[in-house]
Design a protein around this ligand. Sequence first.
Ligand SMILES: C[S@@+](CC[C@H](N)C(=O)[O-])C[C@H]1O[C@@H](n2cnc3c(N)ncnc32)[C@H](O)[C@@H]1O
Length: 417
Amino acid sequence: MMPSSAETSAPADTDRLREALIHQLRDLDALRSAEVERAFRTVPRHLFIPEATVEDAYQAERAEVTVRDPGGRALSSVSAARIQAFMLEQADVHPGMRVLEIGSGGYNAALIAELVGERGKVVSVDIDSAVVERARNLLDLAGYDLVETRTADGDAGVTELAPFDRIIVTVEAAELAPAWVDQLAKDGRIVVPLRFRGLTRSVAFRRDGELMASRDYEVCGFVSMRGEGAVPQQLVVLRDGPDEAERVGLRGEEGVLLDGPGLRTAFNSPRVEAWSGLTIGPGESYGDLELWLATVLDDHALLAATREARDRGLVASWSAMGVSTLLDGSSFAYLAIRPTTTERTAFEFGAIGHGPRAHQAAEQLAEAIAEWGRDHCGETAEFAAYPAGAEVASGPTTRVLDRPRSRLSISWPGGPS
Ligand SMILES: C[S@@+](CC[C@H](N)C(=O)[O-])C[C@H]1O[C@@H](n2cnc3c(N)ncnc32)[C@H](O)[C@@H]1O
C-alpha cells in the first residue's frame, strides 16, 4: 500500500500549512481570540483526516465526508476548519469547563480539549458507532486520550456527566433538545446549527429567565441530525431530468403544504424579474437579508441547485448553499442578483418569479428585500427558544415556529418584545 501523504509529510510542512490555515481563518474572521488560535496551532489537524492529503486537510473551507448513506448523502464529516473556528469562538470555552460535543469527528474534540485544559472535561457523543470508533482511534493516536467518547443519541445529552458549561452541537438540529437545556449549567451556553425554513445558522444560546436566547449567529451548513431529535424537512424536486447532476429543488419546513406538481409546472414556465434597488459589493455577506426574508415572508423555503444546473442557467442562482424563496401556492420567487457595473463591482438584489402568480411573488419578494435595505440592514435579529406551549407573541417582524418539543422565535427590532 502506498503511504498516505500524512505519513510522508515532514513536520516542517505540516507546521507551515497549519500557520497558513491560521492566517486564512483570521482573514475570514473565523478565528478571533488568542485561545482558539493557540488550539488550532497545537492540534495537528492532518492526523484527524487521514482520508485526505495533508494539503487538503489544511484547507479552511473543506469538510471531509467520512460516511455516506447508500444514496450518497453525507451522514458524517470532519467539518470545515472555518466553521469549527467560529463555533468555538461563539462557545467561548474557558480552562476547567465541562463540555459536551454532540457529533464526533475527533479534531473538534481535540481543539476543545486544548481550550478546557487538564482541569476540564470533554465528552463527545455520536449516534454512529463507526464514527465513534474512528474518532477514538484518532484521538488516542494524537495523544488526546482524556477526551471521553460515547456511542449514543446526543438528543438525550449525557445525564450522568451533567451539568455542562458548554454544549456544542455539530449536527444540524431543528430545535434545542429539552435534555440539553436541562443539562446546561446556570451560566452555560449551547452552540447549535439550527435549521429553520430551509436556512441554517449556528446560534449561541444562553439562558434568559425561562427561555434560551441569542443575538449571536453565523451562516453554516451541516449534516442533519438522526435519532429522536430528527425533524424531517420537506423537499420538492423541481427538476431532476435524465441527468442527476442538473438537480434543482426546494427545501422547507415539514408541515407547510408544498404543492409539488404545481411548483414543478411553475418552474417550467417563463421567468419574470423584479429588482429591489438594494445593492451589495462583491464578497459582502447577505446572510442577514436571508434571515430577514425567512422572518417576514409567510411561506419561505430554500431553492438549491447543483453546480451543473447553475452553470447551465437552469436557475438564475449563484449560491451553492441555495437562496431564499417566497412560496405562493403553485408560484414562487427566489432571491437573485445582477451586476450593476460592467466591472462587476456591485450587484443588485432582486427576484425571479415563476408560475401563475409569478409577477406578484417577484414584486412581493423585491419589496421585502427593499424594506430590509431601507429599515433593517445592519440590525441584529434575536433567536429565542421556549418550552412547548409557551405563549409567544408574533408580529410583522417576529416569526414564531412550532417544533415538536419547543417553540422558536426570530425577531427583528421593531417587533413585539
Ligand atoms: C459534522 S459531523 C461531526 C463533526 C465533528 N464534530 C468534527 O470534529 O468535525 C456530524 C455527526 O453527527 C452525528 N449525529 C447525527 N445525529 C446524531 C445524534 N442524534 N446524536 C449524536 N450524533 C449524531 C453523525 O453521525 C455525524 O458523525
